[in-house]
Each structure stands twice: as C-alpha cells, then as structure tokens.
Design a protein around this ligand. Sequence first.
Ligand code: FE2
Length: 150
Amino acid sequence: MRDAVTGRSIPGAQLIVWQPNQFGRYENEDDSQSADNLRGKLRCNADGGFSILTVRPGGYIIGREDTEVGVLMKRLGRNRQRAPHIHYRVVHPGYRMLTSQVYFAGDPANPVDCIFSTIEDHIVAVRPHPERDNYQLVELDIAMEPEASR
Ligand SMILES: [Fe+2]
C-alpha cells in the first residue's frame, strides 16, 4: 500500500477482501461454504505490504433472468457474465477509502465482463509462484489518495 502522491508506503492500512470460490460462488449464496469463507480483513505490515493465500476465483453470472438486474441487462443488450475477480477495500486515516476489484490477465472472460470493469488498471499479471509448485502469484500495487489532495 502506498501514498498515491508521495509514493511512500502506508504501514497499517486496513485491507478488506472478498471473493467467490473457484466455481464463482460467494459464501452467502452457497450453503456448502462456511460463513465468511473467502472473506478477510488484514493490516499492511511496516512496509505497507501484505500477502494473501487464496484460491483463484471463478467468474459468475449476475442476476437471474427474472430479476430486475436480469431484465435490465437484457434491455441493455448486455450479457450477464462477470470475469473472475477479487474485491477489495482499503481504509486508512487521512486517505480516501478505495473500493475496487482485481482481474487476472489473459482470462477469456475479461473482454466480455458485463460491468465494463476490466480496465487495464484493474488487471494484474499472473505468473507461476517462484517458491510453491502449482501455485500462481499476482502482485497488486495499491495507491491511496490522501484526503487533502483534492
Ligand atoms: Fe464480485
């Protein structure tokens, strides 16, 4: 975590993450998952860094066809596909709260994500983990905007 203006690290910034499982299901909509599965809160270390070990989420379809969201998307001529992503929110005193999502480079669903959120700034490279066989590593650089900068 770093300051978007100075580039300095932000020790102790709070990071909140939530994501679906590998099948694209959030725990609150899937009885097979325990409460709060794949949801977490942590604080950045003294260097503003953090690490999370998790599963790569699957994409999902938003809103059934008979819901307001489903009807709206149909009227807009949009599909209802969400590309795989992990949600996050960062909070720290003196900074504007940031809520965003991170997507994975090369995912075939990125070009068709129905909420137009798969912009370049939200997509991270995926590479083999250098120390763990069969794991992948992504690195996410999050910059927080100081409240006084606007
Ligand atoms: Fe989501």
